[in-house]
Design a protein around this ligand. Structure first.
Ligand SMILES: Nc1nc2c(c(=O)[nH]1)N[C@H]1C(S)=C(S)[C@@H](COP(=O)(O)O)O[C@H]1N2
Ligand SMILES: [Mo]
Length: 259
């Protein structure tokens, strides 16, 4: 275990050192054919396969008791999206919000918050570990993703669940670059993977991803997309963002961020 953590520190350190030292310049991690990218990709693939072998698909992340909640849940990354479509929803208390589910599914659909709240619910008190080295413990309430996927009918060729978010992190020549993330179907169907609309017994605050954010409890914080607009089932990640599976993955982070 300690070997894995040390290696993660090393990989993460390498990614951060590289992006900060070369900010605004050429970044070898962003070159898909570079040796560094190849090394990271292989290491990530090894971590992925080793963890899938060791932990299997149903290993649960540790859950804590209410007295262990460490508040406040420190908001991180984008905490107050200013995108017009998001603000329009927020100003009406997310009453008109509807989660879109599409891609490789039999029955694409839209689900309002009221509909999501009426589905089976799960509350779990878990620890959130950010790659920056801090963690928080909070209670999350939401509906398990697995049964919702069954409801829309995942097509057999689907391999990934992609979360598209409302928030813009930067503007490029091609337009706004929005946060996105992706997980495999094992994590998507894990019993602790929920679409959360509540935190510490309250409605999910805007800072922590209102109206809907995913909790993928066996992964690092950046995998847990906030401000979810749509979920797309896909057989490949190349069509999304820069093709590495997430906003931070496109900037050198590992796609499989198991802890
Ligand atoms: N849409 C969106 N999701 C996001 C981020 C973000 O900036 N935008 N930041 C990620 C990171 S790095 C972390 S650690 C967690 C922070 O969640 P919190 O704000 O509830 O602490 O959200 C993740 N999901
Ligand atoms: Mo993070």
């Amino acid at each position: 275990m300690s070997f894995k953590i040390d290696r993660r520190r090393f990989l993460t350190g390498a990614a951060i050192a590289s992006t900060s030292a070369l900010a605004g310049c050429f970044d070898p991690l962003l070159q898909q054919d570079s040796q560094v990218r190849g090394f990271l990709a292989k290491a990530n693939d090894l971590t992925y396969r080793a963890q899938r072998l060791l932990l299997g698909s149903d290993h649960l992340a540790r859950e804590f008791s209410a007295s262990e909640i460490r508040q406040p849940m420190r908001p991180n990354g984008v905490t107050n999206p200013q995108d017009a479509d998001y603000l329009a929803l927020a100003n009406r208390g997310f009453e008109t919000y509807a989660l879109e589910i599409g891609g490789l599914v039999e029955r694409p659909g839209r689900f309002s918050l009221a509909e999501l709240r009426a589905m089976p619910a799960r509350t779990q008190i878990t620890r959130h570990d950010c790659v920056e080295g801090w963690s928080c413990i909070a209670a999350w309430t939401g509906t398990p993703l697995g049964p919702l996927l069954d409801q829309v009918g995942v097509k057999p060729q689907a391999r990934y669940v992609v979360f598209s978010c409302f928030d813009t992190l930067e503007n490029s020549f091609a337009g706004p670059v929005r946060y996105y993330e992706s997980i495999d179907l094992l994590d998507a169907r894990h019993p602790q993977t929920i679409l959360a609309y509540g935190m510490n017994g309250q409605a999910l605050p805007v800072a922590n991803g209102a109206p809907l954010r995913v909790r993928v409890e066996r992964q690092l914080g950046y995998k847990m997309a906030k401000y979810i607009r749509a979920i797309t089932l896909a057989d490949s990640l190349t069509a999304f963002g820069e093709g590495q599976g997430g906003y931070w993955e496109d900037r050198g982070y590992e796609w499989f961020a198991g802890i």
